[in-house]
Design a protein around this ligand. Structure first.
Ligand SMILES: [Fe+2]
Ligand SMILES: [Fe+2]
Length: 475
């Protein structure tokens, strides 16, 4: 059950060959997917062979096999974690009942919406990142970008499989629409705003993979608890891939920090102007990028009070992060949670029914997890002997969704006037000049073992290969 059949047109471990209707549906979708990849996948890479990992089985030992492949020929496929016999629903109103192998009619619309919203983010991020290969700071980094891109492509397959298998004609239409929306396109944009923003440079890419792929982790973790068993098993397998995406972000920002600190010590300065002249990214600029990506990403969790969130939980569609490890009653009726609200222009905590606050609960779990990695970055700065610390901004800072979107708040959490916001905006978020400076550093470095001046080499290569390994063959 756990190994994947690659002799079939669509690699899978879901017995696709025995389900002719599904096979036909997916085989007719596949050429459209390849067309989308050709149009919107990494630019100018048709001939490149990339040292990629491919899933060959879904057990912990064997899900990654490394070798040079052309991305177009990547074995995208459908892999579910092994099922758990007699799995029971472990939260919400259906607690204790058998998990569903099919979609219950009454939850069909909500489940479809959840799957489409998740599925839409996958091709969106590939679109957002499609020009980055042209300015890669090294061949090692180029390979990591491409690894993420093919895996986001496979995540799209994972969601499309669910749509085709369980949602009939509507599902097929939704699967087609996933290939038609485009990140940032005015008349047919991607569903969530953070996935319509540009990823214009590699600092943005590393921040995106640290912060926004981590949103992916938390959403997938919540869906991995679902009473709808195929969704739970699909998302569990996606999580194994997601870990690498966050590693790329965390280690990428860490290497920028290492290089900057090295130059700060060499030049004995913390003057951003001098550091920029030396071709590295000053720490205050890193902080502004962090502020931007953190705030845009926490918006993705949705409104702080949401009756949809309550419904999704109570009906068993979407659990909390690590639901299985929680020791409360897993139903949450009559419980409360504190959310931030705005009263007379001030931030005030307010107690609300916990079921309605589940977006906020997930956001708070996410924030805790994000802060942990920022502290690991601070360790690097500390080790270099530099008295500067990065900090995640207050959660009310620069918000566009929910109650907090109505006020202007500093990164420290002080409500500020419109005038102060306007005056200090460029101190808190990347300015045009910051972005132009970062853009000016982006030049293509792809000779094996060479790295752009603004980033340190990694401590080790991929899959125990040397750092100067030929990760990408341009042919
Ligand atoms: Fe993904
Ligand atoms: Fe990802």
């Amino acid at each position: 059950m756990s190994s994947i059949n690659y002799s079939e047109k669509i690699p899978n471990n879901v017995n696709l060959s025995e389900d002719r209707a599904l096979q036909r549906a997916l085989e007719s979708w596949q050429p459209d997917f390849i067309n989308w990849w050709d149009d919107m996948g990494p630019e100018g890479t048709t001939d490149a062979s990339v040292y990629l990992r491919t899933a060959v089985s879904v057990d912990p030992q064997g899900w990654a096999q490394f070798g040079h492949v052309k991305m177009r020929d990547y074995r995208w496929g459908i892999f579910l974690n092994p099922g758990q016999q007699d799995r029971k629903i472990h939260f919400g109103d259906h607690l204790g009942e058998d998990a569903w192998q099919d979609v219950p009619g009454e939850y069909r619309a909500n489940l479809r919406r959840i799957i489409v919203t998740q599925g839409d983010t996958e091709p969106a991020s590939v679109e957002q990142q499609r020009h980055l290969g042209l300015t890669a700071p090294s061949m090692y980094d180029l390979r990591n970008l491409f690894q993420i891109n093919v895996e986001e492509g496979r995540h799209l397959w994972a969601m499309v499989y669910l749509l085709h298998k369980h949602f009939g004609r509507d599902g097929r239409e939704e699967a087609d629409a996933l290939l038609q929306r485009r990140s940032g396109q005015e008349d047919n944009p991607r569903i969530l705003q953070a996935f319509n923003e540009q990823t214009p440079d590699w600092l943005s890419f590393f921040m995106f993979t640290y912060f926004t792929d981590r949103d992916g982790k938390f959403q997938l973790c919540a869906l991995a608890e679902s009473a709808f068993d195929p969704l739970a098993r699909t998302t569990k397998f996606m999580l194994t891939e997601e870990a690498h995406h966050m590693f790329v972000g965390e280690s990428g920002v860490g290497r920028v920090i290492n290089r900057t600190c090295q130059v700060m010590n060499e030049l004995k300065t913390d003057d951003p102007k001098k550091l920029r002249e030396a071709g590295v990214i000053d720490l205050p600029t890193l902080q502004r990028y962090l502020n931007f990506h953190f705030s845009v990403t926490i918006d993705l969790f949705g409104a702080d009070e949401s009756s949809n969130a309550a419904t999704f939980y109570s009906t068993g569609l979407k659990g909390r992060y690590e639901e299985g490890k929680r020791t409360d009653d897993d139903q949450l009726r009559g419980q409360t949670y504190r959310v931030l609200n705005v009263v007379n222009g001030q931030l005030v905590e307010k107690e609300v029914p916990m079921l309605n606050a589940l977006n906020e609960v997930l956001r708070d779990d996410y924030i805790k997890d994000s802060i942990a990695g920022v502290e690991r970055w601070n360790k690097l700065i500390e080790k270099a002997g530099i008295p500067f610390r990065l900090k995640t901004p207050h959660k009310a800072f620069h918000r566009n969704i929910g109650a907090l979107s109505g006020v202007k708040v500093s990164p420290e959490g002080q409500v500020v006037s419109e005038a102060e916001w306007a005056a200090r905006h460029d101190e808190w978020l990347p300015s045009g000049a910051d972005r132009a400076f970062v853009a000016s550093l982006m030049g293509r470095v792809v000779e094996p073992g060479k790295f752009a001046n603004w980033i340190a080499p990694p401590a080790m290569g991929i899959n125990r290969q040397p750092v100067d390994f030929e990760y990408v063959r341009f042919n």
